[in-house]
Design a protein around this ligand. Structure first.
Ligand code: SF4
Length: 543
């Protein structure tokens, strides 16, 4: 779709809302819903919530209605919203940079146990998602979160969502720079600012000094990537316009060097371009990647410099190449001689009780009172452990269902929320991912090549199927019954060979490469056995 007239770009004078979402945002800012939850909805309960708030503005505070239990995926499109949702909410706690104190993690764990049936999911954007939350409990939950410096502001909605950062920021022995201060300053200045609470769509940020590029700058809307500048000063390379979903695109380098103290201003400039020039007619066409696709990085840079910063930015270098498989798992030496213990979850799923115990573990063994970080691979890192205690911490994590010594398959498997709670889902994901992982561990115990297996419940790609070695995308398949009739069954479209890094490429979708959900482990085994048979030397799966 071409840019220009009729795409609802504010800066071109098109302020009239072109769809119901835009109208809702114009009529009442999403940030205003918090007070209504406190003043009204906690007392009226679910039935008293205005539909525009319930399915729209609640997102500005991380609240989505939860999928009703037992609704199969194939029926999603034909059900009314009220048939598809139950009376509980998913609540997303934003954890910018994945940075948590043990006290904060303990509070999240306690909230999950008390108000959320003890379910807690670590997302691949470093948030924690709670489920089974009642609107009556939301103000109390906010009070508990805010008492320890956490919140859910703009955790969802057409807003600047959580900003990703490397979990080892500030302690890593090999980082280009500590991006934590720039990230925190940007969050503090702009999250919750009404100037950015009505964007055309969601806006995802990464600010990181990690040499592994573990926050996946290639697929964020805006990324600041640690580099050494022209004179050797650390700063950032700026990338804009990445995103997956149904039209995956890699971010483009603008070719500029951003000093640490300029990050906030440049972030605000890029976000303002999105707000002012972003396409608002169709939500499927509203992410900043579509604007970048039409403008190209040269024009984007020029508009940023001329209209928003008022000065030019110097040219800067590209970041060095990084691996496609990125995480921080195992016992990792910190720059200060202490050890970080990084562990996987089971496809993101954990519990409030486990989070509380990890908080206690971090407080007991960590030298700085306990610091924990979430990762973009649905894992956790416990910081500041004396080297002599690191194995003990790893053992204790193992007992809580997190592994600092995972198999290749455990290390590389992630899954989105899926049909258990997500209204858009077509298939179940977390349990299926765990089945695939467990079967591969049994069938291929000696498999030794780093691998990512990303299981998604629908084409929205919250678990990044296009960038996985083996990406599973949930679909519905018609299956013939004995009597000749057809029924819907959960299945996956398979994408193979996706990767990030210097050889970045989206996984290939082979025509007809669909497997029923129950056959997924067999399929993955066949693919991997074929790879083992034909690979040359240390060839990676994607190549
Ligand atoms: Fe829901 Fe689809 Fe995202 Fe999975 S990929 S969490 S099913 S929207």
């Amino acid at each position: 779709m071409a840019a220009g007239k009729g795409q609802g770009q504010w800066k071109l004078g098109y302020r009239e809302p072109l769809n119901p979402n835009e109208r809702s945002k114009r009529d009442n800012d999403g940030l205003l819903v918090k007070q209504r939850i406190i003043d009204i909805y906690q007392y009226t309960g679910f039935d008293g919530i205005d539909p525009g708030d319930l399915r729209g503005r609640f997102r500005w505070y991380g609240l989505y209605t939860q999928r009703a239990q037992g609704i199969p995926g194939g029926r999603t499109a034909i059900l009314e919203p009220e048939e598809l949702e139950d009376r509980f909410f998913m609540l997303r706690v934003r954890i910018d940079g994945g940075q948590l104190t043990s006290e904060q993690l303990a509070v999240i764990g306690e909230i999950s146990t008390t108000y959320g049936r003890d379910v807690a999911d670590i997302t691949d954007r470093q948030n924690v998602q709670l489920h089974w939350i009642r609107v009556e409990d939301v103000p109390t939950i906010w009070e508990k979160l805010e008492a320890v410096g956490l919140d859910t502001t703009e955790a969802c909605g057409d807003t600047p969502r959580v900003m990703l950062g490397c979990p080892l920021e500030g302690v890593a022995a090999d980082h280009i720079l500590d991006a934590g201060p720039a990230l925190r300053a940007t969050v503090e200045k702009y999250v919750g600012d009404p100037a950015f609470s009505n964007l055309p769509r969601k806006f995802k940020t990464s600010i990181s000094g990690c040499t592994q590029h573990c926050t996946n700058h290639e697929i964020n809307d805006v990324s600041f990537v640690g580099v050494l500048g022209p004179d050797g000063t650390p700063g950032f390379d700026l990338w804009v316009g990445g995103g997956l979903s149904t039209n995956p695109m890699f971010a483009k380098r603008l070719g500029v060097f951003v000093r640490e103290d300029e990050v906030g201003d440049v972030w605000a400039g890029v976000c303002s371009i999105f707000r002012d020039y972003g396409y608002r007619r169709s939500r499927n066409h509203a992410r900043i990647k579509f604007l970048m696709a039409d403008w190209g990085p040269e024009k984007f840079r020029q508009v940023l410099e001329d209209e928003y910063l008022g000065h030019t930015l110097p040219d800067g270098p590209a970041p060095p190449a990084s691996p496609s498989h990125r995480d921080h798992i195992g016992l990792i030496p910190q720059a200060d001689g202490l050890t970080a213990v990084g562990a996987t979850t089971k496809s993101g799923r954990t519990s409030g009780r486990a989070l509380s115990e990890i908080a206690a573990l971090a407080a007991e063994f960590g030298t700085a009172g306990g610091r924990v970080r979430t990762t973009a691979q649905q894992g956790l890192v416990v910081l500041d452990i004396p080297a002599a205690k690191a194995e003990d911490v790893a053992d204790r994590l193992e007992l809580l269902g997190l592994s600092a010594r995972p198999s290749i398959f455990h290390r590389g498997t992630i899954a989105c929320t899926g049909i258990e709670f997500c209204k858009l889902a077509i298939v179940e994901t977390k349990a299926r991912a765990e089945t695939i992982r467990g079967e591969l561990e049994k069938r291929l115990p000696d498999f030794d090549t780093p691998l990512t297996i990303n299981v998604n419940g629908c084409p929205n790609s919250c678990a990044r199927f296009q960038t996985a070695d083996i990406g599973f995308k949930g679909i519905v398949q018609k299956v013939r019954q004995e009597d000749g009739s057809f029924t819907d069954a959960e299945a996956f479209q398979v994408h193979l060979g996706g990767q990030l890094g210097s050889e970045a490429a989206f996984g290939r979708k082979f025509r007809g490469l669909k497997v029923s959900a129950t056959e997924a482990p067999d399929y993955a085994e066949r693919v991997l056995r074929g790879f083992l048979e034909h690979r040359k030397d240390q060839e990676s799966f994607a190549s």
